[in-house]
Design a protein around this ligand. Structure first.
Ligand code: 2P0
Length: 327
């Protein structure tokens, strides 16, 4: 009853921001991401009758309090489906520094779901795995698949899952993650989304246009139309941040350096170096570009004073089981 899985992180091109159902984690809008190959989580899960309670180690550190509870609750969901009552040991390692403020819950919950379901003896298809992963952390359901992925909204749990739009070999683009700040968010993302829904006057305005953006990006991925993907992703990022900024209390994730990089992206584009930015719930950014422009953009990003780190990713593959256990 022991399995190990590896899952990649993903970067949203059309953002998930707000839940129709908080407990089941059903999103208000469908959303699209690219699974990335350079940031991943490896997780080993073992169910054992020797254990009195779940033990959770992340990056070598024994977890207690909320992080452990969140993993335990997710294991409960899987134990329920598998009809087992055994406690588990969970060991998880990120290949990227957790403290830099890049997302770890997407790769983390996708790897946990796949490893725990396999260790519990469940044989599930990707759709079922993504439905389970979604209930641990929404964006993780997209990391079950490689390449370009859409998480479908629905009011029913069984209909809200991720589907692959195109695999990682269909269209080669680069996601340059630019680390600007490691400052911790004052308000957790989950709470931020909830506040936006109840207080931002722009929340519903974004919902009115998001379907059109989804259609554009979906088609542009199929047609390998990088320009439309980039433009639409950048516009949706600004729309999500407009909603965040007009939330009470205001959720302003950007720092001066974020705006400085934004300005550079506009300038480089004017000069003919095609690239687009997107930003999640922090000051850090992602710059999308075609493979031929990546080296030049990385060089220019590194010349900006105060940039802490840069990670370049290609489209990554699906979450998978591996034989090398962490313990
Ligand atoms: C996204 N984000 O689409 C958006 C854009 C942040 C900004 O998905 O509450 O950690 O666990 O479902 O998945 C981050 O949200 O939230 C996220 P929960 P999650 O990538």
């Amino acid at each position: 009853m022991k399995s190990t899985a590896i899952a990649n992180s993903n970067t949203a091109m059309i953002k998930y921001w707000g839940k129709y159902d908080e407990k089941l984690i059903l999103p208000m809008n469908s959303n699209i991401s690219m699974t990335v190959d350079s940031q991943n989580t490896t997780t080993t899960v073992e169910f054992s009758k020797e254990l009195k309670e779940d033990a959770v180690l992340i990056n070598g550190k024994e977890q207690d309090g909320k992080p452990r509870e969140r993993v335990s609750r997710h294991l409960d969901l899987i134990r329920n489906i598998a009809k087992i009552d055994l406690k588990a040991k969970v060991m998880s390692e990120n290949n990227f520094p957790t403290a830099v403020g890049l997302a770890s819950s997407a790769s983390g919950f996708a790897a946990l779901t796949l490893a725990a379901c396999s260790a519990a003896g469940l044989e599930l298809d990707k759709k079922q795995l993504s439905i389970i992963s979604r209930q641990g952390s929404g964006s993780s359901c997209r990391s079950i698949y490689g390449g370009y992925v859409e998480w479908m909204k629905s009011e029913k749990s069984e209909d809200s899952y991720a589907v692959q739009i195109a695999d990682e070999n269909h269209l080669d683009i680069r996601d340059i993650a630019v680390v600007i700040s490691t400052r911790k968010r004052k308000i957790p993302t989950r709470e931020g989304m909830r506040l936006s829904m109840s207080t931002s006057p722009l929340y519903n305005a974004r919902l009115k246009v998001v379907d059109e953006s989804l259609k554009k990006v979906r088609e542009a991925i199929k047609n390998k139309d990088f320009t439309t993907i980039g433009k639409t992703a950048e516009a949706d990022c600004l729309m999500m941040h407009a909603v965040a900024m007009t939330t009470d209390p205001a959720l302003i994730y950007w720092e001066p350096k974020t705006l400085e990089v934004m300005e550079k992206v506009y300038q480089w584009r004017d000069e003919g170096l095609e690239c687009y930015f997107t930003i999640d719930t922090g000051a850090n950014m992602h710059i999308f570009c075609l493979p031929g422009s990546a080296d030049e953009i990385v060089k220019r990003v590194k010349e900006i004073p105060g940039i802490m780190d840069v990670f370049v990713s290609k489209p990554g593959g699906e979450a998978k089981l591996i034989n090398n256990h962490l313990f």
